[in-house]
Design a protein. Structure first.
Length: 420
């Protein structure tokens, strides 16, 4: 039976080993010796099929599919005790350096970010960012009832001014001092620019413990918030940094209305507040008020009548004289500031007109805006007959008079004019 190619024993003739080029990862081509399957003891067909075991020290070249020999790496020599000691010392040194760096970092943070001055700078940073909520979240910012009572103020004050839209924070803040008192309270001094002027404030800060057992925790020993007391002369409303407020909003419901009013509000410090009044009838010149302490800061808004207010009163007065007084066909118009006395017989009804109206001027009084006694002139025409000789003539003459008034603005915005 034919055995195919080979010698008589049925074995394939030996083949000389061949070499295949192989390229290293560094781009260098080197020859690799290829061992025939027969010399490796692999003679049956399909010996390279999947799942077929390979002889130890044999692998397959993935590029050519040929079987190649490989040499396993030599076994590692066991580490000597000296080597182990050196490695341990190296790791101990690295760990020590890490601990020193961490300790130094914590110390630096406690000296800067988590220090009394760092705590104050974070508070002022929240103000500079216009973040009222963040500023109010710092421990100790809210004043205690005892602090307010000691200042003679109500223990609950409106928080209307504690909002982003009202806040006008300082700029160029710089810590210039940190003094620790005997009671452990730090007095942190800062300098800044407020309303274009250099100013300073002092904040009292005390330690409350540590955060995560590492970083220092602080709080304000006394509230940095200020109390802004505003007195509005001759009105109740005013504007602060664009926000309109009514000082009567927090009065008792049964409180009597007054011509001038005042109210107190919690306010951020340091901050700038511009107080004013600007309406059609009433106005007050703006007052710029820098608040730099946590004490009570007082301000006055002097409200005065506008030109429109004076013109409105003038129109109302002229209308009243024309329609209520000059239309009366009597010698002494009822309720009016002018009239005429005639000794002769009056034949016709008198005709009145106003030749010169009183010029309205208004100044603040105790309870209203006042116009002092002001001169004016009325004119009368009436036909009279002399009791002496019976002659009839037309009396045509001016009648000077004067008048005063007071005026207030009703809650509905109308004018309440009272004549004097």
């Amino acid at each position: 039976m034919s055995m195919g190619q080979g010698d008589e024993s049925g074995r394939e003739p030996s083949a000389a080993p061949t070499s295949l080029p192989a390229t290293s990862p560094f781009g260098i081509t080197v020859p690799v010796q290829v061992i025939p399957d027969r010399d490796l003891g692999i003679s049956r067909p399909g010996a390279h099929a999947a799942g077929a075991p390979l002889t130890h020290g044999v692998t397959i070249d993935t590029d050519t599919g040929a079987t190649v020999m490989w040499a396993p790496p030599p076994p590692r020599k066991p580490a000597t005790p000296g080597t182990l000691l050196r490695i341990g010392a190296l790791w101990a040194g690295l760990l020590g350096l890490l601990l020193l760096a961490a300790t130094a970092g914590v110390g630096a943070l406690n000296q800067q970010l988590y220090s009394p001055s760092g705590f104050v700078q974070q508070y002022l940073g929240a103000l500079a960012a216009g973040d009222a909520e963040a500023a109010l979240s710092f421990p100790g910012v809210e004043p205690q009832a005892t602090e307010l009572a000691a200042a003679g103020l109500p223990t609950t004050l409106p928080r209307t001014l504690l909002r982003d839209t009202v806040l006008r924070a300082p700029q160029d803040v710089r810590v210039i001092g940190d003094e620790r008192g005997k009671n452990g309270v730090h007095r942190v001094s800062v300098e800044y620019t407020l309303a274009g002027q250099k100013a300073q404030s002092v904040f009292e800060v005390e330690r409350t413990g540590t955060n995560f057992g590492v970083f220092n925790d602080w709080r304000f020993a006394s509230s940095p918030l200020a109390v802004l007391t505003v007195t509005v002369l001759h009105d109740a409303e005013f504007s602060v940094n664009g926000l309109t407020l009514d000082t009567r909003a927090h009065h008792d419901a049964d409180a009597e209305p007054t011509f001038s009013n005042s109210a107190s509000y919690l306010a951020f410090s340091p901050s700038t507040y511009e107080l004013s009044k600007d309406s059609r009838l009433l106005a007050a010149a703006p007052v710029t008020l820098p608040v730099t302490t946590s004490d009570v800061t007082e301000a006055t808004v002097d409200v005065q009548p506008t030109a429109d207010f004076v013109n409105d009163v003038q129109e109302e007065l002229n209308k009243w004289l024309d329609e209520s007084c000059a239309t009366q066909t009597v010698l002494q118009p009822t309720g009016c500031p002018f009239g005429v006395n005639i000794d002769d017989r009056v034949i016709s009804g008198p005709t009145w007109s106003i030749t010169e109206y009183p010029a309205v001027t208004l100044t603040p009084g105790e309870n209203a805006f006042e116009m002092p006694q002001t001169p004016a002139v009325a004119h009368v025409q009436v036909e009279v007959q002399s009791l002496f000789d019976g002659d009839v003539e037309m009396l045509d003459q001016d009648e000077p008079f004067s008048m005063a008034l007071s005026v207030t603005i009703t809650p509905s915005g109308s004018l309440d004019i009272k004549l004097h």
